[in-house]
Ligand binder design. Structure first.
Ligand SMILES: [Zn+2]
Length: 276
C-alpha cells in the first residue's frame, strides 16, 4: 500500500498493523501542497495494490504520477470522499479572507472525528483488498477508533482550560480550520491564503489589524515553512510565534510518529500558546 503523506500513512498503519506494508510518498517535514514528486515515487506507485490519498485538492501532483506509474491493479482510496461536512462547520464570512476555499480546504484529518471517518474508510478498503486479514484489520480498527475517541475527549478537556476570549487561531496556512470548528476556536484565517502564496502588503496589514483586534495570543506555524512571515506578523501585532505545529506531516521527534502523538504535541503547544 502507498499513502501520500506521513500522517495518512500513520492512520493506514494503525488499521493495517503488521498485516500489510505501507509506504508513503511525501517525506516527513515536507509539504504535500507544494511537493515535487521524485522519480522513485513512480516505482513505489507501480508496485502498489492500494493507493490512499486525502483528495480535496491536497495532492495536485498525484494524477500525473499515477498515469506515469500506469499501475493496472492499484485501487485508489480518496479519504475525503463521502465525508459530509456539516453546514455549521462551513465558513462564516467574518474573519476569513477566502471563504470559498474552505469548501476545498483539505485538512479534514486534523479533526479527530473526521479522522475516525478516515479510519472506517481505510478499514473497508483494506478488508476488500486483503480479505484473509479481515480479522486483524477489524481488531486494529476498533482499537484505533477508541484511541481517537479518547484523543477527542482529551482535546475537549484541554481547550476547556483556555478562557473563551483567548480561543482564536491565526496560522501560517489554513490547516486548522476544521479543528477550530470542532473545538470552538475562532479561526482568524492564515498568512498564506493558498499554498505558497505570500500575502500582499495590503493583505499583510489586514492580518496585523485582525490579530490586534482579536487580541491574538500567538501566531501558529509549522517547521516545514519559513518562519519569516510568521515572525514579522507577530512582531507587528505585538504577539509571539509558535512554530512547531505538525499538521500536514508527522515530526521526527520521539513520539511524533503516530497521529495521536502528533495531535498530543500540537494541542499542548496550541493550549500553551493561547494561554500566553
Ligand atoms: Zn496543509
Amino acid at each position: 500500500m502507498v499513502a501520500t503523506t506521513s500522517v495518512l500513512g500513520a492512520l493506514v498503519r494503525s488499521v493495517a498493523g503488521g498485516a500489510v506494508p505501507v509506504d508513503t510518498l511525501v517525506p516527513v517535514g515536507s509539504s504535500p501542497e507544494t511537493y515535487e514528486p521524485a522519480p522513485q515515487d513512480v516505482v513505489r506507485l507501480s508496485h502498489a495494490r492500494l493507493v490512499v490519498l486525502n483528495g480535496a485538492g491536497l495532492e495536485v501532483w498525484l494524477e500525473k504520477l499515477l498515469r506515469a506509474a500506469a499501475s493496472q491493479q492499484a485501487s485508489i482510496l480518496v479519504l475525503s470522499d463521502g465525508i459530509v461536512v456539516s453546514p455549521s462547520s462551513l465558513p462564516a464570512a467574518a474573519g476569513r479572507s477566502q471563504s470559498a476555499r474552505a469548501f476545498l480546504n483539505p485538512h479534514l484529518w486534523l479533526d479527530p472525528i473526521y479522522a475516525q471517518a478516515y479510519v472506517r474508510r481505510i478499514q473497508t478498503a483494506l478488508v476488500r483488498q486483503f480479505p484473509a486479514q479481515a480479522r486483524v484489520i477489524n481488531q486494529n480498527t476498533a482499537a484505533e477508533l477508541a484511541r481517537l475517541q479518547q484523543l477527542h475527549r482529551w482535546i475537549q478537556a484541554q481547550i476547556a482550560t483556555v478562557p473563551p476570549s483567548k480561543r482564536a487561531m491565526l496560522t501560517f496556512h489554513d490547516a486548522w480550520y476544521y479543528f477550530d470548528k470542532r473545538y470552538g476556536i475562532r479561526d482568524l484565517g492564515a498568512i498564506e491564503s493558498s499554498p505558497g502564496k505570500e500575502p500582499s502588503a495590503a493583505e499583510f496589514a489586514a492580518l496585523v489589524d485582525r490579530a490586534k483586534a482579536n487580541h491574538v495570543r500567538a501566531i501558529f506555524a509549522e517547521p516545514e515553512f519559513s518562519r519569516k512571515l510568521a515572525d514579522q506578523l507577530a512582531a507587528s501585532a505585538g504577539t509571539k510565534t509558535v512554530i512547531d505545529l505538525y499538521d500536514d506531516s508527522l515530526g521526527t521527534e520521539p513520539g511524533m510518529d503516530s497521529y495521536e502523538g502528533m495531535m498530543h504535541h500540537d494541542v499542548s503547544a496550541i493550549v500553551a500558546g493561547l494561554k500566553i
